[in-house]
Design a protein around this ligand. Sequence first.
Ligand code: FES
Length: 221
Amino acid sequence: PVLSLVATTLHTEPESTFSVITGNRSASEVMFADALAELKDRYPQRLQLLHVLSRESQPSDLLSGRLDSERITDLVKALGLEDVEEWFLCGPLGVVKAAREALTGSTAKIHVELFHAEEVPVAVAEVGGASVNVRILLDGRSTEFPMERHERVLDAALRYRGELPYACKGGVCSTCRAKLVEGSVQMAANWALEPDELAAGYVLTCQSSPTSDQLVVDYDA
Ligand code: FES
């Protein structure tokens, strides 16, 4: 999807520019390498293409090694990408997390597409009874249901409101974000919400397990 987005936008928006950074062990493992090279040939001034390889040495140290948070930070600086409008992060959870970490504080819009989200440990509440009463608000409609403390709010809520928004279920994309109006939760992971969102009461419902007997969660907020 990212490749087709880049190709389409370069074609339809003559002012658009892209920097594509890939991370692989060797050049032979770069997905869509030919298609990317072809795009680069077609738009040499508007497309910057860099392959970071962990098991092949390259002319630049910056491009040799793992595509971790530190390297992404260095690449962003070296390429002058601090002020880009949008980032499209695509890959396994570990790489996407590293990129999110490197982009902390960026004002760009960040889009995430996960190849694979590893399960993160379930947060288990330490106090209270086994069952929790939850009320969710979505599209102006309120739904009330019970859930177990070891469950995630999103998983439980999906049994009653199948249209709830979510994508990665890994704490990365923020699609499942909602405001906790009443009660408290513990999040197993958070790679998406900024400190000001947390302070305002927003949570990632795919990562949240209850730590109180009552929850009110507003997806419309
Ligand atoms: S669904 Fe992606 S952070 Fe919850």
